[in-house]
Design a binder for this molecule. Structure first.
Ligand SMILES: Nc1ncnc2c1ncn2[C@@H]1O[C@H](COP(=O)(O)OP(=O)(O)O)[C@@H](O)[C@H]1O
Ligand SMILES: [Mg+2]
Length: 298
């Protein structure tokens, strides 16, 4: 099956001229992933989860990843983090292979806090693992808690926090490592819409100050358009990049952005593209044919 990939700007008012690109923060060259199946061993029997894919992401980009369930979004993040190995191809993160460097942090949908530790100790856990000295840990912990607006909850236990606050602690724990690359796998997926929107706005404000490179997996097209400078729409079986879209909405993006005509138009356009690559959407459009003309949502 051919790898379909299209690249074009989705911009509300014409594309701006881009400056010369800096060296990439993330680069994937012909990266594919195939899991071995214990039921049917042998490489030929396991269909690839990710087709050979090429991807270059510049420092400071905020990339949202959309795609039908099971198309390989989490697998892509696991490969980047070094939690899983590609079957073929090369991955480079800030010039080194995945898993070799302290410049990458991972945030999951579940806040994964240790219930017996207070908020401040939870925020420090990764720093302890990395043997960061106590004074430096304290400095980073306080800075991270202030960033996520939880300085006054440092002595609370996770059970005393709301779902949104727990996710803030999880974010603070990641930010305390001072990452250059932040991988987020549906981090706000379990939160109510208002909390989710507010956390999105806060995340963008932090990104504007710190400029890490973000890869943010979400099921929400609205969230992707709101947050991202660029959206990858993955198609399934095998997972591949069907669309690579630039989101040229101006910053700062605020609550008003969500009501702007440009934003709403982009959400509709990206939704149509996502629907066209989803075999369960019922549009009958085969994934490989979706890059030319998106069909409108029925
Ligand atoms: N460790 C594994 N072993 C075998 N198959 C896996 C493993 N992890 C994921 N898969 C399969 O890879 C595909 C993509 O999974 P995943 O990356 O979790 O998708 P997504 O995050 O897009 O929903 C699925 O079909 C899933 O069943
Ligand atoms: Mg997933």
């Amino acid at each position: 099956m051919p790898v379909t990939s299209s690249s074009f700007a989705v911009s509300p008012a014409g594309a701006a001229t881009a400056p010369a690109p800096p060296p990439p923060a993330l680069r994937l060259e012909q990266v594919s992933k195939r899991f071995r199946s214990s039921d049917a061993p042998g490489p030929a029997s396991a269909p690839p989860v990710l087709a050979p894919l090429d991807l270059t992401i510049s420092p400071g980009e905020f990339v949202a990843v959309l795609g039908p369930s099971g198309c390989g979004k989490s697998t892509l993040l696991r490969l980047l983090s070094g939690l899983a190995e590609p079957s073929a191809g090369t991955i480079t993160i800030d010039g080194h292979p995945p898993g070799q460097g302290d410049d990458l942090a991972y945030v999951f949908q579940d806040a994964t806090l240790l219930p017996w530790l207070r908020v401040d100790a939870n925020v420090e856990t990764l720093l302890r693992l990395r043997r960061v000295p106590a004074a430096e840990r304290a400095r980073r912990r306080e800075a991270a808690l202030a960033l996520v607006g939880l300085a006054d909850r440092a002595r609370a236990y996770p059970r005393q926090l709301s779902g949104g606050q727990k996710m803030r602690v999880s974010l603070a724990r990641a930010l305390a490592t001072e990452p250059r690359v932040l991988l987020l796998d549906e981090p706000f997926g379990a939160l109510d819409e208002m909390t989710r929107d507010r956390l999105g706005e806060e995340l963008l404000a932090i990104h504007a100050r710190q400029r890490w490179t973000a890869l943010f997996v979400t099921h929400s097209v609205a969230e992707a358009v709101f947050l991202a400078t660029r959206i990858l729409v993955l198609a399934p079986r095998p997972g591949r990049i069907a669309h690579d879209l630039r989101v040229e909405l101006p910053y700062p993006r605020t609550h008003d952005t969500r009501r702007s005509a440009d934003y709403l138009r982009l959400v509709a356009e990206v939704s149509a593209r996502l629907r066209a690559v989803d075999p369960e959407s019922g549009t009958g459009v085969p994934p490989a044919a979706s890059s030319s003309a998106p069909s409108p949502a029925p």
